[in-house]
Design a protein around this ligand. Structure first.
Ligand SMILES: Cc1ncc(COP(=O)(O)O)c(C=O)c1O
Length: 382
């Protein structure tokens, strides 16, 4: 079957007006996602408090997210954010013994560093794995850091600063050989490529719904490997994390036997409507197809950047990058503003201008940004 990318693109109206290369920040809005939010509004007007339907919406998100990650629904907690998932997991970790080390990397999104550092009050030791002179973090650097005292390696899949993708399978193999668990922060990857948690063999994975998963802010997920769930009791909890939500028992904490134990309070209902619609698009197109499309577009962009002699700083090899390609720029905020004036939507971190690609982008988008960069090259190229 040949995927109709043109037809798919027409479902994202903003793409008619903008060169939208910002899915790594916030996805383009699909017509069905907008409609789903309107349906929630109609529900409120027509039915009032439609709790039976609303709770099922949360379950729909759980089930769809499980399909995206190729896991089981009982292994998915639907959380308020990636941070909420990491916090719930961290709260279940015990740092009082010898295995109290947490390994993170230079590529982490701040939240994944800050939350683990917060565990220092509970006995955790946080160790950072540094990049090399080329800006990448080779597997050997992880090899030096992960040892028999390591409880968890909490690492990003794709770096939000520079687009570099880590060798997750290699890290998992190292960690497991030394008795450590791995938590993958796949926020900058999931939805833009296949993230098969079973194949990668990670123990936990977190992310959120507003980027490549096409949903909205206010919802995230935590995947926890089935066998590990019973041994983890989050102290970061709430009534929606209980085995029986409607028991209303105030005498004890009785966590759900499933990954729901990592949840907390009332589901973010309106977000569930939007996210259900977004995840359905991802599954309809298929993550393998999306990965291939994103690879094609990112390769094309990197080739064109070479041609205009403003090469990307994101590693070129397919296995070392995902949907985000960065170029270094002088006064990057000004370059970003110029592009915005030209209706080219990007973002920036450090000195890097980030262009992030999804299946709904096309060759015209690549051409538009390359032509624009060529026009600004004399002023902004380092
Ligand atoms: C890689 C990565 N991890 C975590 C986060 C933060 O997620 P949240 O705000 O849902 O906690 C982001 C947000 O951009 C991210 O890119």
């Amino acid at each position: 079957m040949i995927t109709d990318f043109k037809g798919l693109r027409s479902r994202f109206p903003v793409l008619e007006r903008k060169t939208y290369l910002n899915s790594g920040s916030y996805c383009a809005l699909a017509d069905s996602v907008k409609e789903a939010i309107n349906n929630y509004m109609d529900d409120r007007l027509l039915v009032g408090a439609n709790w039976d339907v609303w709770v099922m919406k949360n379950e729909a998100v759980r089930s769809l997210m499980a399909q995206v990650l190729r896991a089981q629904p009982d292994e998915i907690a639907v959380t308020a954010s990636a941070s909420a998932g990491i916090n719930a997991l961290a709260s279940a970790c015990n740092f009082t013994g010898k295995r109290n080390k947490v390994v993170i990397s230079d590529f982490e999104f701040p939240t994944n560093a800050q939350i683990w550092h917060a565990q220092e009050l509970r006995g955790a030791r946080v160790v950072h794995v540094h990049r090399d002179a080329n800006g990448y973090i080779p597997l050997e650097h992880f090899e030096q850091a992960i040892d028999e005292e390591t409880q968890i390696v909490a690492v990003t899949h794709v770096c939000f600063r520079n687009g570099a993708k880590l060798d997750i399978a290699g890290i998992v193999e190292l960690a497991h050989a030394r008795g450590a668990k791995v938590m993958l922060d796949c926020y900058q990857a999931v939805g833009s490529m296949t993230v098969d948690v079973k194949k990668l063999d990670v123990d936990f994975a977190v992310g959120g719904m507003l980027k490549y998963l096409l949903g909205t802010a206010g919802l995230g997920f935590l995947y926890a490997r089935q066998e590990l769930i019973p041994e983890l009791t989050p102290t970061n909890s709430g009534w929606f994390a209980q085995a029986n939500i409607t028991a209303m028992d105030i005498t004890a904490n009785r966590p759900s036997p499933t990954a729901r134990r990592f949840e907390a309070g009332t589901p973010a209902v309106v977000n569930c409507y939007a996210v259900e619609a977004g995840l359905k698009i991802i599954l309809e197109v298929g993550t393998d197809v999306i990965e291939e499309r994103v690879r094609y577009l990112t390769r094309l962009y990197m080739d064109r950047l070479q041609e205009i002699d403003w090469p990307s700083i994101t590693p070129r090899e397919d296995e070392r990058h995902g949907p985000m390609i960065c170029v270094r720029a002088n006064q990057v905020a000004q370059l970003f503003a110029r592009l915005t004036e030209q209706d080219i939507v990007t973002s920036f971190r450090d000195d890097n201008l980030r262009a992030t690609f999804h299946f709904y982008n096309n060759e015209k988008d690549v051409d538009a940004i390359v032509q624009a960069l060529l026009g600004h090259r004399a002023e902004f190229r380092p």
